[in-house]
Design a protein around this ligand. Structure first.
Ligand SMILES: C[S@@+](CC[C@H](N)C(=O)[O-])C[C@H]1O[C@@H](n2cnc3c(N)ncnc32)[C@H](O)[C@@H]1O
Length: 428
């Protein structure tokens, strides 16, 4: 029904993106796809032999092939050849062995990324177009295939090394552990402070994450008309605030982040929303949210993908710093993933819906299984890069309570959620 609004369902080999691919409010579509992905994977795992399914799970080198495609910028080259390009010519342009490149692209085409219209002639399709170097999804994919893979390759060693095995210190995260032999230390955020290229890639990846998870549907779900002032705490370059400012020109937005990030943020806003910069609608202020509080008494404090970057102690500190800035009318909105158990046992003991997000119908796994896998993968990414974690609703409520906040409402964005907290008036 969502596609019918735009005419018809696009073919996977369509050479151009579909309007829904970049739409903000795709909540209904996201929920249908979640059901579809979860049910298909569970059905396949039920009907195929276990050895078949487990080998599919571990034997995937798609990421390595995507990394080659991104690094060699294959999509941008193919974009100039709408009828496709023979791998012989493509290989010459990127200086990679022709036969090896053909095999890499064929595996990707088998997964639906690139088309092989004639033998050895490859062209772009809807999936491969998302890897254009001018877009942001390639940066997100690059983060997984570079930093993620590097960290994952030492996960077991990190979990069993007496120096790191029980540590929650971000400096001991597997990614930093992997860099130890190069004499690099600190946290990933500290590392990025001195590396503008890494920082740019990271913040462009954050923009992509919003479109991947469809979380910008919060722009139409939340009553922004009732809000006048908002602080985006740990704003990055404005993955959330920039579309918010464009959609709601009456809002005054303060973006808080580290000074080096704010320089990049200004550049991004200057090229993507110059009218907002001119309008005085936006301030960029440096803040170390581990040690300082944002400005007091704002209507909304927004934390998008912040808490999951930090272990409990630091996450509580950040929340407490925001809590101290809040007035009785203020709301803290925490956007991110809310994990669920893969078991129904806990859920059956509580009121349906109390877990905050929808449950999948039986006999599906209650958390939609593969349909929600990205949030459990993200939990791994947080462990790998920051020694941190995604949390379930009880974890978030507990952190909030320690920081003097109580949960007021849950906004379900299909994949991610927004937890709305207010000051806990019962604690003094
Ligand atoms: C995962 S990103 C999220 C960015 C943005 N909220 C978004 O959703 O795109 C985490 C952000 O926290 C910022 N950050 C990390 N440590 C910080 C600190 N101590 N004080 C302020 N910001 C910090 C990073 O620079 C980065 O922009």
């Amino acid at each position: 029904a969502e596609y019918e609004k735009f005419g018809s369902i696009p073919s996977i080999d369509s050479p151009q993106p579909h309007p829904l691919d970049s739409a903000h409010d795709t909540l209904a579509l996201k929920k249908s796809v979640r059901l579809l992905e979860g049910a298909c994977q569970q059905l396949c795992a039920t009907l195929a032999s276990p050895q078949h399914t487990i080998t599919n799970v571990v034997g995937s080198y798609d990421w390595a092939c995507v990394r080659v495609a991104i690094r060699a910028d294959i999509t941008s080259i193919l974009a100039e050849h709408s009828d496709g390009l023979h791998v012989r010519e493509l290989a010459q342009k990127v200086n990679i062995d022709e036969r090896k490149l053909a095999r890499i692209l064929r595996l990707l085409a088998t997964r639906g990324c690139y088309s092989e219209a004639k033998p050895d002639v490859f062209s772009n399709n809807r999936l491969s177009l998302s890897l254009l170097s001018s877009g942001n999804v390639a940066n997100l994919a690059g983060m997984h295939t570079d930093a993620g893979v590097k960290a994952a390759s030492v996960l077991f060693e990190n979990l069993t090394d007496p120096d790191t095995m029980f540590s929650n210190n971000p400096t001991h995260a597997p990614f930093m552990y992997a860099l130890r032999e190069k004499g690099v230390s600190g946290t990933l955020f500290e590392l990025m402070q001195s590396d503008p290229k890494k920082r740019e890639n990271y913040h462009r990846a954050m923009i992509a994450l919003g479109s991947v998870t469809g979380s910008l549907s919060v722009l139409s779900l939340f009553p922004w008309g009732e809000v006048a002032t908002i602080c985006d705490v740990g704003s990055g370059i404005g993955a959330f605030s920039l579309p918010l400012a464009k959609s709601y020109p009456h809002l005054h937005i303060t973006c808080y982040d580290m000074p080096v990030v704010l320089i990049q943020a200004r550049e991004h806003w200057a090229s993507s929303a110059p009218e907002v910069l001119r309008s005085q609608q936006i301030d960029f202020l440096p803040l170390d949210f581990l040690h300082e509080m944002p400005k007091a008494g704002q209507d909304v404090y927004y934390l998008r993908n912040i808490i999951h970057d930090w272990p409990d102690v630091e996450a509580t500190t950040i929340l407490r710093n925001v809590q101290q800035a809040m007035a009785p009318h203020s709301r803290l909105l925490i956007e991110g993933f809310v994990l669920q158990f893969a078991s129904r046992e806990e859920i059956n003991d509580s009121t349906p819906g109390e877990s905050g997000t929808e449950l999948a119908p039986e006999p599906m796994l209650p958390n939609f299984g593969a349909g929600n896998a990205r949030m459990y993968e993200s939990d791994m990414v947080m462990m790998l890069l920051h020694n941190a974690k995604e949390r379930n609703l009880a974890d978030c409520t507990k952190l909030g309570a320690i920081a003097g906040l109580s949960l007021a409402k849950i906004w379900d964005l299909g994949e991610s959620s927004v937890l709305e907290f207010k000051l806990d008036t019962t604690c003094h």
